[in-house]
Design a protein around this ligand. Structure first.
Ligand code: 4UW
Length: 531
């Protein structure tokens, strides 16, 4: 039985992402759209629209055409949104690359996505170049300049004629982020213009915004949460998006204070700092009206502790709440609304919950044992249907069919319960995925790297919970090759070289044989029980 959203459906305009997201800014061209939180540089809404037109024109002049993939390997700065919307306006597809990636990981994505060009910054050029040696691209653009490379000024050049690309929002892709989904290696998630327009349009009615919203963007734009919720929703509000290139607690707190930030969308480790770190008391954070956490489970007591601390006793201060999403959902399916946008008859959202299904979103909770809808109040795998559901995985019909069924339901691999008010709580995860500080860690990817080592015969990876932080840490079960005496430290050192820091193997246990089903599937449950 489909459970519907408690909110009325919203209309989803049939337009491209730049047309929709930049519309609010057209009414206030002189207001700041993007602010560099460290340097203070400002791009106004009027400038943003002009720059987006230039980037689209210059990409076209460089030979890029509708459907071509442009990989972006950049930290959060005000130029990231300019580049993203420029790519989108040119009808091209932006594939965002995690700033922490190693050359091997970047090369995998360049190759799999078929990226034509790679846009990066000088600081990342070594890794970008090493990756492009393995998986060539036509060109590497270095925004802040490097000898022999085009730069930002080339993308903003005045000479190229403006382009008007015919975009079919329901079919044309706008972004191709990578996610391992419920199983296997990272896959390109095909998200259309309509997916992203819908997801912003679906979330806006749940925000009771003021005239001058200021959103702090410290979560990366290369992750779909940063791209849709921080960047696009922030711009669509006509507000200012204040960027920080990385998380540093003091920079984060100072920026909230100095830029009078009204909303923060964060992940649990940042809330942990807000609840516990002594530095928090040194700053005036009273401009904040709302902090929303997502990307990993947030402990209810921690949410309350952060809220109480920031409210300093008053009850009309900041609200701390949770949302839930997944790359394959553009990413939002559930969130906690502002207090004045609660569904009729509801007075409170439990802090441990992720809130309500957003407008135009249907859910089912499926009992994994029976494959039927779970009984009322019982837990079940969350299935989601709505206009934000991805088109599918790139070049991977089998993986698509395994996640997105023929009736349009996206099987999330997360287990949830719903209360009588329609408020959901995520209680477990039945997919392989490990999450570390909100980042995806795909066991299958780590296993593939492990097995590549000549002294490793077989391997399996699971997440093991760390008590204090509540984080999951990747643990490898390793079968040594005959005659090998490879040590735990050697396995960890090898992996640390090959994968980004958040994917590092933190524990190694040697075993005789990886437990597998008759079909050859790793029996992770057995390994979890053993760990
Ligand atoms: N509680 C428990 C949660 C939660 C969670 C996510 O990397 P991905 O594919 O995507 C994300 C997206 C997070 C997100 C987007 C929009 C939003 O509003 C919001 O909250 C404010 C969060 O992380 O990983 C998807 C997986 O991450 C887990 C869950 O397992 C999901 O399938 N996850 N949010 N609140 N688990």
């Amino acid at each position: 039985m489909a459970l519907s959203s408690p909110y009325p459906d919203v209309e989803i305009p049939n337009v491209s992402v730049p047309e929709f997201v930049l519309a609010a800014g057209r009414e206030k061209p002189d207001a700041p759209a993007l602010i560099d939180g460290l340097k203070g540089d400002v791009i106004t809404h009027g400038q943003l629209a002009q720059y987006v037109d230039r980037v689209a024109a210059n990409l076209h002049a460089r030979g890029l055409r509708k459907g071509d993939v442009v990989a972006v390997f950049c930290p959060n700065t005000p130029w990231f949104p300019v580049v993203f919307h420029g790519i989108a306006a040119a009808g091209c597809v932006m594939s965002p690359i995690n700033s922490l990636y190693t050359p091997d990981e970047i090369a995998f994505q360049l190759k799999d996505s078929g990226a034509k060009i790679l846009i990066t910054i000088g600081l990342f050029l070594d890794r970008a170049t090493a990756a492009a040696e393995k998986s060539p691209v036509d060109e590497i653009v270095v925004l802040d300049g490097a000898e022999g490379h085009a730069n930002l000024f080339d993308l903003l050049g005045a000479d190229a004629p403006s382009v008007q690309v015919d975009i079919d929002p329901a079919n044309d892709l706008v972004t191709l982020p990578y996610s391992s989904g419920t199983t296997g290696l990272p896959k390109g998630v095909m998200l259309t213009h309509r997916n992203l327009v819908a997801n912003v349009a679906q979330c806006l009615p749940l925000l009771k915004t003021g005239a001058d919203e200021r959103i702090i963007a410290v979560l990366p734009f290369f992750h779909i949460y940063g791209l849709t919720v921080l960047m696009n929703q922030g711009l669509a509000l006509g507000g200012a998006v204040v960027t920080l290139p990385r998380f540093d607690l003091e920079d984060f707190l100072r920026t909230i204070q100095d830029q009078k930030i009204t909303r923060a969308f964060v992940a649990p480790p940042i809330l942990l700092a807000l609840a516990k770190h002594p530095a928090v008391d040194q700053y005036d954070l009273s401009s904040l009206t709302s902090i929303t956490s997502g990307a990993a489970p947030l402990d209810e007591q921690l949410a309350l502790a952060a809220q109480n601390r920031l409210r300093k006793g008053a009850d009309d201060g900041v609200t701390v709440a949770q949302g839930y999403g997944m790359t394959e959902l553009s990413p939002v399916s559930h969130t906690s609304p502002d207090p004045s946008a609660l569904p009729p008859g509801v007075t409170e959202v439990p802090k441990g919950s992720v809130g309500f299904a957003i407008p135009n979103t249907e859910c089912r909770l499926i009992d994994p044992g029976t494959g039927e809808d779970a009984a009322e109040g019982e837990r079940g795998e969350l299935w989601v249907r709505g206009p934000q559901v991805m088109k599918g995985y790139l070049n991977n019909p089998d993986a698509t069919a395994g996640t997105l069924d023929s009736d349009g339901w996206l099987h999330t691999g997360d287990v949830a319960i719903v209360d009588a008010n329609g408020c959901y709580t995520v209680v477990d995860r039945v997919k392989e995925l490990i999450k570390y500080k909100g980042y995806q860690v795909a066991p299958a990817e780590l296993e593939a790297v492990l097995i590549n080592h000549p002294e490793i015969a077989d391997a399996a990876v699971i997440g093991v919970p760390e008590k204090e932080s509540g984080e999951e840490l990747p643990k490898a079960f390793v079968v040594r090759a005959p005659g090998s005496e490879i040590t735990e430290d050697a396995v960890m050192a090898y992996m640390a070289e090959k994968v980004a820091p958040h994917k590092k193997i933190r524990f190694v246990e040697f075993i005789e044989q990886v437990p597998k089903s008759a079909a050859g599937k790793i029996l992770r449950k057995d390994l979890k029980a053993r760990a």
